[in-house]
Design a protein around this ligand. Sequence first.
Ligand code: PHB
Length: 412
Amino acid sequence: MMLTKFTAPWLSEILIVVSMLLAACKSGEGGAGESPPSSSSAPAPAATAIKIGLIAPFSGPFASLGAQMEGGMRAWLDTHGGAVAGRKVELLVRDVTGIAPDVAKRLAQGLIVRDNVDFLAGFALTPNALAVAPLATEAKKPMVIMNAATSIITTRSPYIVRVSLTLPQVTAPLATWAFENGIHNVYTLVSDYAPGLDAEQQFLETFQAAGGKVVDSVRVPTSNPDFAPFVQRIKDVHPEAVFVFVPAGTQGIAFMKAFHERGLASAGIKLIATGDLTEDQQLPAMGDEALGVVTTHHYSAAHDSPENAAFKAAFTKAAQGGLTPNFMAVGGYDGMAAIAAVVDKLGGTIDGDRAMEAFKGLELQSPRGPIRIDPETRDIIQTVYVRKVERREAGLFNVEFASFPAQKDPGK
Ligand code: PHB
């Protein structure tokens, strides 16, 4: 039989492709209109492009997240000749439209089976990343998380590496800072899905351990939340501060508006949050109401380093529509840099298992500062900064004033 002529890696690759295609057809996800595996699903010869499948939202309420990520990846590519280890890099961009795990799965199946990508990348939103994790395992495809920040994600597949952050990683330093700076009772408000629950849990744990008290907690809907009634309840309780996690994008603007309209700021209630609330793209739209808000995060556009200056210049050229880069863009940029470093280490020939070994322990000088991939967890180790919104000549910025170096994900 012909099959005996194949070497073992060929055979297993083909079997995986066939089984995924059958699964796709059976579930109706991605089956319709997709051609059966052809000779193009065989491993690419070294001269062809390295293909990266980018799954992120480019429409709907989280559309800015995808634009930021893609802009970051293109900024890296534009400043590095669009190639790695002698191979051109091709981005295959797919719009997941929002929190849509089934769409994410269907897109990933298409990218793996039909397009035969070398890497899956992107993943702004946790539910989408979790949905794709089993496919990465089955196909042995490295999956580079450029934002999705729930602690558990990297445990869902040995083929996942994260270059962004985890919510517990940025929340624990804020709880520590708040207690040490005279805030002793806090009301928490988080978005009601996995990263929000991670943030709520970590704040409670670290703040209580320090001696603080969480007086109450509320979870708000993930889509179009009306913050007014939640904020009113918080005002009635009158804690010293509110701790907030809402996903990056326009929700931060809506929250800030409700916080001021209901008079919490004038009642002396402080606002502390993860940096998602005051992310760099949306900050100008918040206006002076954001002044003085203290947040913790891994990246600020105001970070003072030559790497950040170069990144911002490259992003401004690469991205459409005059976007200000935020942490999502840095995730794309560093994710691209990490993929390039791995492809280089592998001499341009990609193998899923060898690629994952190469990610482990990888160190980069990011626009945010030094970063390292923890070889044990494939999660990121990085500095978490404490920042305050201030007005500078060029507008509003998250100005870093303290830092917690070499933070691991405390969730693991
Ligand atoms: C997530 O879904 O994991 C997520 C989304 C937006 C953020 C942070 C985390 O700003």
